[in-house]
Design a protein around this ligand. Structure first.
Ligand code: ADP
Ligand code: GLC
Length: 486
């Protein structure tokens, strides 16, 4: 199949979270299955264009704003062709989505309409006859509508079908400015509650949900959860109304995330040489100036400081957690209160608690390898990748049983086969503290069970090839549905 895969971030080039990991690994896996796939993303300022090949200028019609000229760059990501849309006014900025103080850029709607339209123009430029356009999250969720309103009349898209993958329901791309309809050129007939309209404004994700041929989320449990008011962020009714809504679990790019070949960690190890993991622990303690104690368990956390990740729960529970005989290392950035709070705790408890506020891929790898357990107390979690990486590193995850966390972690419980981690259910401080107390107790007093978790987790495989085959099926389904409609 000819696949046009459009995403706002791709690991290796620009990343704020798991979307980037998926947008890099899934296309590679699809390519291995024999598909012809092209990725399109913005050329953000941080991406060095001198390392890319220019394809020259390309005009992108922005409706009432006129035509904007960008430059297209390309390179090979492994064996996959990746294309970068270079337009200084929209993408020549330090961050991906928001300014230094965390406020979303005021023109994000325009920026991502531009990316979406540029993807269509690029396919035309390349004379790429597209079977399936795979859009991801709100940024590119207008693609199905833009296809219907305009591009289906071009020969490259005559039989194109669409798949929208929802990586996160919380972020929907809601905008008050109705003039965006004329910029996107999607016609005022799209301004209805069953498409783009919401409370008099626009909701990009809603349009994607209602207009895409097929939609999916990134785990089976999350695909069910989002049909309920608790997880649907206001769109649960529209999701319940869709028959073709699926859940496909993300995989792991083991060339990036495996203790056997991780280039960032001080000593590579595997299940057979698990003893060497302690060298990574030592390295982590050195980096974070923690006492070099082999027997004190380190609880690791890596993630965006966002309510989704349960940072309020951690902050409420931290005083009681720090009563236990543990060390804790937190890597993250995001909400300013949390950055300040965790920095302050690190100053108060320098022998137990350490944090790095910011983004560091290298530290993320070192924490996976050097910690004894990995904490993910998310309030909701579409899939979650860090808990799956933790399994591979022999670092049993402590998770709240939601979304992909529930699908990937098997609780240490006599009734459960092959346990690989610890699960709790209630999103309360008490549940979190109680669980950590239990985990710490197992670590100190029941090594056999703890080692079993390490072993089972390291044996688990979350291969992208499996998931890519499921995406292949969804593509076929979308194409068949499209053919039936014609
Ligand atoms: P989400 O996409 O919701 O942020 P995931 O668990 O799917 O959550 O993916 C998060 C990805 O981003 C992981 O690869 C994780 O290592 C990475 N990550 C998150 N925060 C940081 C950070 N501060 N520094 C380095 N990597 C980070
Ligand atoms: C989102 C979700 C996360 C998921 C990632 C990749 O950012 O929050 O759970 O793993 O996308 O699909």
């Amino acid at each position: 199949m000819n696949i046009l895969f459009v995403a706002s971030e791709v690991a290796g080039y620009a990343k704020s979270g798991g979307l980037a990991d998926v947008a890099s690994a899934l296309p590679k896996a699809l390519k291995k299955l024999g598909h012809n796939i092209k990725i399109v993303m913005p050329r953000y300022y941080s991406i060095d264009k001198t390392k890319l090949n220019s394809l020259g200028a390309m005009g992108v019609p922005m409706g009432s704003l006129g035509e904007f000229w960008c430059e297209v760059f390309t390179t090979k990501m492994g064996s996959v062709d990746i294309y970068f849309i270079d337009y200084e006014t929209y993408f020549g900025r330090a961050n991906l989505y928001s300014d230094e103080s965390g406020v979303a850029y005021g023109d994000n709607a325009e920026r991502f309409i531009f990316l979406s339209k540029a993807s269509f123009e690029l396919a035309r430029l390349l004379k790429f006859k597209v079977d399936i356009i795979h859009a991801n999250d709100w940024h590119t969720a207008l693609i199905p509508l833009i296809l219907k309103a305009k591009y289906k009349y071009f020969k490259e898209f005559k039989s194109s079908a669409t798949l929208l993958t929802i990586h996160n329901m919380q972020h929907q791309g809601k905008f008050q400015d109705k003039n965006l309809i004329d910029i996107a050129e999607v016609g005022w007939e799209s301004f209805t509650p069953n498409n783009l309209e919401e409370f008099g404004g626009l909701n990009f994700l809603k349009s994607g949900i209602t207009q895409s041929d097929v939609i999916n989320t990134v785990s089976p449990t999350y695909s069910k959860e989002i049909k309920t008011p608790e997880f649907g962020w206001g769109l649960d009714g529209y999701l319940r109304a869709r028959e073709l809504l699926f859940g496909i679990l993300n995989g792991v790019d083991y060339s990036e995330w495996s203790p056997k070949n991780d280039k960032y960690i001080v000593k590579n190890y595997s299940l057979e040489t698990i003893k060497d993991k302690r060298l990574c622990k030592r390295d982590l303690q050195k980096i974070f100036n923690l006492p070099l104690e082999d027997n004190t368990p380190i609880i690791g956390f890596v993630g965006r400081f966002a309510t989704q990740k349960g940072i309020e729960l951690i902050s409420q529970a931290i005083w009681e957690i720090l009563e236990f005989d543990i060390q804790m290392v937190i890597l993250g950035s995001g909400e300013k209160w949390a950055e300040g709070f965790f920095s302050d705790i690190a100053k108060r408890y320098p022998k137990k608690f350490a944090t790095y506020i910011g983004y560091s891929n290298e530290l993320a790898h070192k924490i996976e390898a050097g910690s004894d357990m990995f904490l993910m107390p998310s309030l909701f979690e579409p899939c979650g990748l860090n808990q799956i990486y933790s399994l591979a590193y022999g670092t049993p995850p402590i998770v709240r049983a939601v979304g992909g966390l529930d699908d990937t972690i098997r609780n240490l419980d006599k009734s459960i086969e092959k346990p690989n981690g610890f699960k709790f259910y209630k999103a309360t401080k008490e549940a979190l503290v109680g669980t950590i107390q239990w985990v710490v107790n197992i670590y100190y007093n029941d090594r056999k069970s703890f080692n079993l978790l390490i072993k089972n987790g390291m044996k688990d495989r979350f291969d992208w090839t499996n998931s890519a085959k499921k995406y292949e099926k969804l593509y076929k389904l979308a194409i068949n549905k499209k053919e039936l409609e014609v």
